[in-house]
Write a protein that binds this ligand. Structure first.
Ligand code: ZN
Ligand code: FE
Length: 259
């Protein structure tokens, strides 16, 4: 079983540290900043064996060059379809990658939408999904399309419900506030809001989250639910006939009126 810890970076990013409990070799996911990573490696005598990158944005890649300066042997896995400096292993959806020091294999999923070539890494019951899905929310559509992001979220929704989801930002409280706009009557949502607020009041991360909880409370995974369809149609002011249309209306609603 992997040992997985968050390394907070910037205001609200999490760089995930993956460690084989039996040894000092570690990987990091989406190191936007090298400083907190190098500090932790030095403090604990850990050895960086590799880096996993989900997408091209600077808050996920900005620390890669300096980490390689310190650890020139580290492998850098990143999406084949995005221009990212220093990637040594370009990955595509469907690939399996073996991370020797960790003793686990991850499968790569294509999850475009936030960006056009975004990938996620799934293995050992854990999903590292970058900015595709957040706790109770999802990424904005930057260089992909709404349809792509909807399909990517549906492929995440199809993973085993006990999967633990490791996203890259602490946005949970704000996301739950919007989720309550969509489903104000949801008891599961109110319960999650209480629990997340308590964690944040102690300055603790609200992630990872279990996929089942996302299926129950994340409006962006719930575009087939009647309550969510009704809310999306109220916002759009018209009948919506596909899951992608419902998703798009919800995403637009949040972008234009909530954030
Ligand atoms: Zn991003
Ligand atoms: Fe980000």
């Amino acid at each position: 079983m992997l040992k997985i810890r968050p390394i907070p970076a910037f205001d609200d990013n999490y760089i995930w540290l993956l460690q084989n409990p039996a040894g000092p070799r570690v990987y990091v996911v989406d190191p936007g900043d090298e400083t907190p990573v190098l500090e932790l490696l030095a403090r604990e005598g850990l050895e960086l064996e590799g880096i996993l990158i989900t997408h091209k944005h600077g808050d996920h890649t900005g620390g890669v060059a300096d980490l390689l300066q310190a650890w020139p042997g580290a492998q850098v896995y990143g999406p084949a379809n995005e221009a990212i400096a220093n990637v040594t292993v370009r990955v595509n959806g469907g690939d399996s990658i073996n991370l020797p020091g960790l003793g686990v294999e991850f499968s790569v999923m294509d999850v475009p939408g936030h960006t056009e070539g975004h990938v996620a890494y799934y293995g050992d019951g854990a999903l590292f999904c970058g900015d595709t899905m957040f706790a109770a929310g999802c990424g904005r559509v930057f260089s992909g399309t709404h349809e792509q992001l909807h399909n990517s979220l549906q492929s995440i929704a199809a993973l085993p419900p006990e999967t633990m989801v490791y996203c890259a930002h602490e946005y949970t409280i704000a996301n739950l506030g919007f989720a309550k706009w969509v489903e104000p009557e949801s008891a599961a949502l109110l319960q999650r809001y209480r629990e997340a607020s308590e964690l944040r009041s102690r300055d603790e991360p609200t992630v990872p989250s279990q996929l089942q909880l996302e299926l129950d409370t994340n409006p962006f995974l719930r575009s087939a639910e009647l309550t969510v369809i009704a809310a999306a149609e109220r916002y759009a002011g018209k009948k919506l006939t596909t899951g992608a249309e419902v998703f798009t209306a919800i995403r637009n609603w949040k972008d234009r009126e909530y954030d």
